[in-house]
Design a protein around this ligand. Structure first.
Ligand SMILES: [Zn+2]
Length: 363
């Protein structure tokens, strides 16, 4: 079969490799639609972010190596006899970070706290290939109402579900979401159906603000045309929002907002309110902790998404409560287009992309 293998950062080649054998509690799948995550697109070029050291070590010790490809929709073509709940022909998506199943946290049904398990695409081969082997405990069946293209977004959506759950929104809470990229737009839609009162979104792209309004933001602020901090304070009688999701930060080289949006989030959250850190920054940053302390702020980070979160995403999309289609702008045909998908996804603002670029492997 053909599979993309990395020989180093920025050096990926479409190689001929053996079709992997199905092992216990695993299935063999044929990927139908796959997209690089933003993190993968950055790591592919050697840009420091989540899991950079782990990927660098693997490249140094194991290259050429099949990396990335945890956001996908695939069809099962073979199941190991040990598997009862999945069948040949089922369409599936997967969560990326898996529990180890052996540590004290896992054995106490706290697998979402486990950091010892493998990550699909980082430690196990993902779906930038004609076939792939996947562990049963990563999989969810895709509902017939969900397209292949939408299903490829379910993994990322499950992280957004975990982010909103971490916020523990109370009915009527005012919610601000800074950044209306794909995760920001997902957090917007999930927050709305999870009890949020007024929802205000912030972005610097008018197009994203427009989509945000269409997907239910009560107010979508274009931070290029107004002072977003002042606007939120005006909307909340100077008190600030109950919950702020920070989904815009990250390396300005990739068109992200640096650390400025985190500082804005800390200014527009009310005293005692919660800031949910969805972004990855790729480097340490300085924060005035006394400012957080004085205002009793909660700066929280989402838990790893669980199987329950992933199953919830299937219901959210199948029932139309979360819409994904309007953010998918770039669809490329065939496995050869994978490097182009990485290029677009690593430079979303340059290509006016919102969701990562998708690679369609079977129409
Ligand atoms: Zn564990």
């Amino acid at each position: 079969m053909k599979a993309w293998r990395f020989y180093g950062f920025g050096d990926l080649r479409l190689d001929e490799v053996p079709v992997p054998q199905v092992t216990e509690r695993h299935v063999l799948v044929e990927p139908l639609c796959v997209q690089p995550s933003v993190t993968e697109a950055q790591l592919a070029q050697g840009i420091p972010t989540l899991a950079y050291d782990r990927i660098r070590r693997r490249l140094e010790q194991e290259a050429p190596v099949q990396l990335f490809g945890h956001e996908f929709c695939a069809r099962i073509v073979e199941v190991h006899p040990s598997i009862k709940n999945f069948h040949v022909g089922d369409r599936v998506a997967a969560r990326a970070k898996l529990p180890c199943g052996k540590c004290g946290q896992c054995l106490s049904e706290m697998g979402h706290r486990c950091r010892r398990g493998p990550v699909i695409g980082f430690d196990l081969p993902g779906c930038f290939s004609e076939f792939a082997i996947l562990p049963e405990n990563s999989l969810v069946k895709v509902d017939d109402n969900i397209s292949d293209s939408e299903a490829a977004c379910l993994q990322s959506l499950s992280d957004s579900v975990a982010s909103v759950e971490t916020a523990n929104i109370q009915i009527g809470d005012s919610v601000v979401i800074i950044g209306q990229g794909s995760m920001g737009l997902e957090c917007l839609q999930i927050a709305r159906i999870s009890g949020a009162g007024r929802v205000v979104t912030v972005d610097v792209r008018e197009e994203s603000c427009q989509i945000s309004r269409e997907l239910g933001a009560d107010v979508a602020l274009n931070a290029k045309q107004c002072n977003a901090v002042q606007a939120v304070l005006d909307l909340t009688d100077g008190i600030g929002a109950d919950v702020v999701f920070e989904c815009a930060g990250g390396s300005p080289r990739q068109g992200l907002a640096g650390t400025q949006t985190l500082r804005q989030a800390l200014e527009i959250v009310r005293s005692g309110g919660k800031v949910i850190g969805v972004s990855w920054f790729g480097a340490p940053l300085e924060l005035d902790i006394d400012f957080l302390r004085e205002r009793s702020l909660r700066y929280l980070f989402p838990d790893i998404s669980t199987q329950a979160h992933l199953e919830h995403t299937v219901r959210l999309v199948a029932s139309g409560r979360v819409q994904l289609q309007s953010t998918i702008r770039h669809q490329l045909d065939g496995l050869e287009t994978v490097p182009k998908a990485f290029e677009i996804t690593a430079n979303k603002s340059k290509y006016q992309a919102i969701n990562p670029a998708q690679v369609i492997l079977h129409r």
